[in-house]
Ligand binder design. Structure first.
Ligand SMILES: *Cc1c(COP(=O)(O)O)cnc(C)c1O
Length: 404
């Protein structure tokens, strides 16, 4: 009977609201961009400058990408209405897999509907009861869930802590009555999105080598713009060849629509095509998304200009905010956390900023540790100096309004 469940859910939802944890979505009445029209549900949309999208390269509304998607709609139709092992895939899908492999310098790539699904399929397919998976404590939810689906022994190390990682590698070496795990993999986000911190990939690869482990990097918050050619954090750290498995999303810098991938050694990808359940039992990416993502990769590959603009924007924002005396987490990423400590202060300042036409989001416990509430600012190549000046001015005015 639904009546019982209805009451239980209503009570639980009320608790979430009372605790201040209810996630209220805004509506956006424009394309995703540096400047959008946005408003609260049931309220009018206003023009705001947007600093909370993962639209790092500003490609989400790029006319060349939109045109590629339109052309594919005309030439290849709307949907695939099938899974690949039953009905095949379009040449576009295979072309995108080849292009991602070229871009990352890997042997092969397999597409998924999302990076969430890529991480959901990779562990169970490759790691069983005799194996060990060693995961950073702050890894993305989809990695955590993917690992849960595998029967492998699980180990967790403190965020970016190489000493603790080594302790976990030693523990994995004691599995199977001291014989050690059959396969051991260390898995990390390339970038930890609440802090903008990069994973210590060189140290991770050194330890992996010493202990005979594989390395997997989920580079969703880096692919397309970190590293000299945009190949991500492994390129940035100079360890591209030492990473065995890359996962990532097309839903952030690379056009921002949807889709994810696992890119890796040929046999690993071949096995995933046989075994990964989100690949075997879920529809193929829509042709328009595949075609547009191919164009996004061309735009990223052929020009460092967007990357340069992104990092010059991030640097400009950082220096202006430091001049104004804000407390920023240090870093080299386009995620710039502005620290306030107190959850109420951070959320009041974010609300004040919205009234001044600047859209940012405050994060507090349990998303980040207690007393480290922050406003996470995400820069984009699409932001102009005026946009960034507007953000800094809104921060200054909102701080004065809230803290006096
Ligand atoms: C965004 C993100 C994902 C999810 O990607 P989708 O393609 O949107 O499912 C997975 N992992 C990390 C690290 C991410 O930042």
């Amino acid at each position: 009977m639904y009546t019982d469940l209805k009451d239980q859910l209503a009570a639980e939802l009320a608790e979430i609201e009372t605790a201040g944890l209810y996630k209220h979505e805004r509506h956006i009445d424009s394309p995703q961009s540096a400047r959008i029209k946005a408003g609260p549900l049931g309220g009018a949309a206003e023009d705001v400058v947007n600093f909370c999208a993962n639209n790092y390269l500003g490609l989400a509304d790029d006319p060349r990408i939109v045109a590629a998607a339109k052309q594919a709609l005309d030439e290849r139709g709307f949907g695939m209405a099938s899974v690949r092992f039953i009905c095949g895939a379009q040449d576009l899908h295979f072309a995108l897999e080849r292009k991602v492999s070229e871009f990352l310098g890997t042997e092969d790539t397999i597409l998924f509907s999302s990076c969430f699904d890529a991480n959901g399929g990779v562990f169970e397919s490759l790691f069983g009861a005799q194996d060990a998976i060693i995961s950073d404590a702050l890894n993305h939810a989809s990695i955590i869930d993917g690992i849960r689906l595998s029967k492998a022994a699980r180990f967790r190390y403190a965020n970016r802590d190489l000493a603790d990682l080594e302790v976990q590698l030693q523990a994995a070496a004691q599995l199977n009555d001291g014989a050690g795990a059959r396969r051991t993999i260390i898995v990390t986000d390339g970038v930890f999105s609440m802090d903008g911190y990069l994973a210590p990939l060189e140290g991770i690869c050194d330890l992996a080598e010493r202990y005979g482990a594989l390395v997997m990097v989920d580079d969703s918050h880096a692919v397309g713009f970190m590293g000299e050619t945009g190949a991500g954090t492994p390129e940035h750290a100079g360890v591209s060849e030492r990473v065995d498995i890359y996962t990532g999303t097309f839903g952030k810098a690379l056009g921002g629509a949807s889709g994810g991938y696992v890119s890796a050694r040929a046999e690993i990808v071949a096995m995933l095509r046989q075994k990964a359940r989100p690949y075997l039992f879920s529809n193929s990416l829509a042709p328009s998304i595949v075609a547009a993502t191919l164009t996004a990769l061309d735009l990223v590959k052929d020009s460092g200009e967007l990357r340069e603009r992104l990092f010059s924007n991030a640097g400009y924002f950082r220096s202006r905010m430091e001049q104004e005396g804000f407390d920023l987490l240090e870093g080299e990423h386009a995620i710039v956390p502005v620290m306030f400590g107190d959850a109420v202060v951070a959320s009041k300042i974010a609300a004040q900023m919205l009234e001044r036409g600047v859209f940012v989001t405050a994060f507090s416990f349990p998303v980040v540790p207690k007393e480290t509430a922050r406003i996470r600012v995400q820069l984009s190549a699409a932001h102009t100096r005026e946009d960034i000046d507007a953000a800094v001015e809104a921060f200054v005015a909102s701080r004065a309004a809230v803290l006096g």
